[in-house]
Design a protein around this ligand. Structure first.
Ligand SMILES: CC(C)(COP(=O)(O)OP(=O)(O)OC[C@H]1O[C@@H](n2cnc3c(N)ncnc32)[C@H](O)[C@@H]1OP(=O)(O)O)[C@@H](O)C(=O)NCCC(=O)NCCS
Length: 112
C-alpha cells in the first residue's frame, strides 16, 4: 500500500508498506517514507507512520514492521525511534557515497 501526501495539489511525499506473503514470513512488513524538504518537520512523517501502523494492524498475522536507514540520517533515525523502531542489525559499508566513502546501513524493527 502506498500513501501520498498532497498539499495544495502538489505531492509533498509518500510512504509505503509492503506485506510479505510467504508461509514462513507473512508476519513481516517493510516500510519506506520520503518527503520533499519543504515539508519536513511538520508532523507529516509521524502522521504517515500512524496510517502505516493502522494498515499493518488491520492485516491478520502481521507482527513486525521493518525498515533500513543509512548511517548519518539522524532525522530519519529520530523519527523512527520516536515511532517505536529499534536497531536490530547493521550492514557494514552497505552504501558507497558519491565521494567514494562507505557508510553503514542499519536495520530497525518495530513489534506490533
Ligand atoms: C525522515 C522524514 C521522513 C521525517 O519526516 P517529517 O515529516 O519531517 O517528520 P515529523 O515532522 O513527523 O517528525 C519529526 C520527528 O523526527 C525527529 N527529528 C526531526 N528532526 C530531527 C533531527 N534533526 N535529528 C534527530 N531527530 C529529528 C524527531 O523525533 C521529531 O519528532 P518531534 O517533532 O515529535 O520531536 C523526512 O525528513 C524525509 O523525508 N527525509 C528525506 C528522505 C529520508 O531520509 N527518508 C528516510 C530514508 S531511510
Amino acid at each position: 500500500m502506498m500513501i501520498a501526501c498532497i498539499v495544495d495539489g502538489k505531492i509533498a511525499g509518500n510512504c509505503q508498506i509492503a506485506f510479505r506473503t510467504g508461509m514462513k514470513d507473512c508476519h513481516r512488513a517493510s516500510v519506506a517514507i520520503a518527503l520533499l524538504q519543504d515539508y519536513w518537520n511538520l508532523g507529516i512523517g509521524t502522521r504517515m507512520f500512524e496510517e502505516l501502523f493502522r494498515a499493518a494492524r488491520a492485516r491478520d498475522g502481521v507482527r513486525q514492521i521493518e525498515l533500513d536507514f543509512i548511517e548519518g540520517n539522524s532525522r530519519a533515525r529520530g523519527l523512527y525511534e520516536k515511532m517505536g523502531f529499534r536497531i536490530t542489525g547493521v550492514k557494514p559499508d552497505a552504501i558507497r557515497m558519491r565521494d567514494g566513502t562507505y557508510v553503514n546501513e542499519y536495520m530497525m524493527i518495530k513489534r506490533l
